[in-house]
Write a protein that binds this ligand. Structure first.
Ligand SMILES: [Zn+2]
Length: 267
């Protein structure tokens, strides 16, 4: 079966349906020096682990041919694919695991226990079970073989090179979704936040949760926005931006504004 072909056919349809227009591939973040790698409607991120930018940690793996896109992005900066030294996974939906299935047997992959089980083929994604949109997207990135992840929780801190990577538990879109606060030099309090699909930004800059149709549990998804805002305040994450899986970036302050909208709706 030609999976590449199914991707070419379905991806433009998904892009139209979701009306998303991610940013262009390239350097995006002043705080961490992250690069975006955009594949039609989903973005993975490459964050340099040192000042020379010789090694990178990837947040998520995109669609099934995304190792090619990552390689292209690094080649343009004079690097090659082997310079990706680890993946941190927000969740194991197939539009986020493409390059991980291609490369994850050689490179450490960090994820929550629940998403690790999906990545490994032990359990199906909750989102895929629930959503017809997501079931269609599964056609784009069939799991070729299971990948073993190193399981992490929100209590862990991952240090790779100059990077400090702190997981944040954000269930809702999927049961085991993690976001990550990442800093190249945490002493300067410059943190970028990578929420995966827990959050996205509208064109006017307002934050919103992922659509109901692609969320496993909408109550949890909304509670995760409140939790994310609490963690941002408690840990002092600032001076960076928020980089979602399916939209352009937004301001950290927009999360608090959205939290207040959610709380008003509950009253
Ligand atoms: Zn996604």
């Amino acid at each position: 079966m030609n999976y590449q072909r199914s991707t070419e056919i379905i991806s433009p349809i998904m892009s139209t349906v979701t009306r998303r227009s991610p940013m262009a591939t390239g350097r995006i973040s002043e705080a961490t020096g992250a690069l975006s790698v955009v594949d039609i409607y989903v973005t993975s991120y490459l964050i340099p682990t040192n000042d020379d930018e010789t090694e990178f940690v990837a947040v998520d793996g995109g669609l099934d041919h995304n190792a090619y896109n990552i390689n292209q992005a690094l080649n343009r900066r004079g690097h090659s694919l082997r310079k990706v030294v680890a993946f941190v996974l927000t969740h194991a939906d197939p539009d986020h695991t493409g390059a991980i299935h291609q490369l994850g047997s050689d490179i450490p992959v960090y994820s929550s226990q629940k998403e690790s089980d999906v990545l490994d083929g032990k359990s199906p994604s909750e989102c895929l079970l629930k959503s017809s949109v997501a079931r269609v997207s599964k056609l784009m990135s069939p799991i070729v073989e299971g990948v073993k992840a190193e399981v992490i929780t929100a209590d862990d801190v991952i240090k790779i090179g100059q990077l400090t990577i702190r997981p944040i538990s954000l269930p809702g879109h999927t049961g085991g979704s993690l976001g990550y606060a990442i800093s190249r030099d945490h002493r300067k309090s410059r943190w970028d936040i990578f929420p995966g699909d827990a959050l996205e930004f509208r064109r006017n800059g307002n934050a919103t949760r992922a659509a109901k149709v692609v969320s496993a549990n909408i109550t949890d998804a909304e509670q995760s926005i409140v939790h994310l805002d609490d963690v941002i305040d408690a840990e002092g994450y600032r001076n960076g931006k928020v980089w979602p899986g399916h939209s352009g970036p937004g301001d950290i302050s927009a999360i608090k504004a959205y939290r207040q909208i959610l709380q008003r709706q509950r009253q």
